[in-house]
Design a binder for this molecule. Structure first.
Ligand SMILES: [Fe+2]
Length: 365
């Protein structure tokens, strides 16, 4: 696409048009970057040196800001260790420290984790990474190490385009979100609850960083509440069965500081889609999967009508975009302006992730 070609020139790599890519605010989304023919890198070292040069020039920051996602194809990234070197070449300020994981991840090396180990038949709906938390990464890298026989894709959408579409098609919903924000709720069982292993996470492992051997239950609760309050601006509600509800009141719409554009940044679709699939839309919100899918409400506690959320999911699908993974692809995603999803798969799949704090900020909507 002409838009992409004009703005980036380099001796060894070039932009390429991804068939069917969208145009958002005049820029292709996502942008492809590939190694030029007969310019292939002999080793990961050579590729890293080249990427470092681009990072020093600030070229990657600008491309990402304009395009939301860059798909790197044809680079010599073959395994977790190459991927770790590749992401460090971007010279980003800080690796993101996750707080309150409610997914299943394994650390592969210092900078790399598995994306999510929940079963291959589970569909993840579009979400901003940690969009239901006050503490979220700015930048995500995904590395496609093994592509399964079928599925296992990572659909993307522009949160800027989604905002604009929703404002056009569901103006009352956008206005209500703007006025009230949302309250997300998450269920964390006690670690010794037999359900905890099935659910995959528990409050002690997700928030109990300061708990030491011998702490009374009361002391453990107090320490968890401090983490929630001070690191996440969240509240905890202890349940009679020893579980914890984490309540997080947040805006659902924000404005990107560098561009001034409004973004639909939240976890609404991820939570609702999964609850719907699991028939967990009514109290006690326990799903067919045996997990709890507590509903997100408006910030005043009033329910968000499900028919509105159904429509939001439809609109998201209408603007969603999929770049089929090839082995060795690395996607670099601006979490501020792009939401991602996960399709179920058949066969072996390895998708690795690296999360970073970027230089971007949100300002009030
Ligand atoms: Fe995610």
């Amino acid at each position: 696409m002409a838009i992409a070609q004009e703005e980036f020139t380099d001796a060894r790599i070039e932009t390429f048009a991804i068939p069917g890519a969208r145009v958002v605010y005049g820029k292709v989304f996502p942008l492809g970057i590939r190694v030029k023919t007969e310019q292939s890198f002999a080793s990961i070292d050579e590729a890293v040196t080249h990427i470092e040069g681009l990072a020093d020039r600030g070229a990657l920051d600008l491309l990402l800001r304009d395009h939301g996602t860059i798909l790197f194809r044809g680079f010599p990234v073959a395994n977790a260790s190459d991927f770790s070197r590749f992401v460090q070449a971007f010279k980003l300020p800080n690796q993101h420290q996750e707080v309150g994981l409610s997914g299943i991840r394994t650390t592969v090396n210092g900078f790399v984790k598995t994306a999510n180990e929940e079963p291959s038949d589970v569909k993840f709906y579009y979400h901003s990474e940690y969009g239901r938390s006050a503490h979220f990464p700015g930048l995500l890298f995904f590395f496609s190490e093994i592509v399964p026989e079928k599925g296992g894709q990572t659909p993307l959408l522009s949160s800027l385009e989604l905002y604009d579409e929703l404002k056009k098609q569901l103006p009352d919903f956008i206005q209500a979100l703007a006025e009230k924000g949302v309250i997300g709720r998450q269920y964390f069982p006690a670690k010794d609850d037999p359900e905890a292993a099935h659910i995959g996470w528990n409050w002690k492992d997700s928030y109990g960083f300061d708990i030491v051997e011998g702490d009374s239950m009361e002391e453990q609760h107090r320490k968890v509440e401090v983490v929630l309050r001070e690191r996440l601006h969240a509240e905890g509600e202890w349940q009679p069965n020893g579980a914890l509800y984490v309540l997080q009141k947040l805006p659902a719409l924000r404005r990107v500081e560098s561009t001034g554009l409004p973004s639909f940044f939240n976890g609404l679709m991820g939570v609702y889609g999964r609850a719907r699939d699991n028939e967990a839309l009514q109290a006690p919100y326990r799903g067919l999967d045996g997990k709890y899918h507590l509903s997100t409400t408006y910030g005043d506690g009033s329910p968000i009508p499900y028919d509105q959320l159904d429509k939001v999911l439809e609109i998201a699908d209408s603007i969603g975009f999929l770049v089929p993974w090839q082995v060795g692809d690395v996607a670099y995603i601006d979490n501020y302006t792009v939401q991602h999803a996960r399709t179920p798969w058949v066969g072996d799949r390895s998708l690795l992730v690296s999360l970073w704090d970027g230089r971007e900020k949100f300002v009030a909507y």
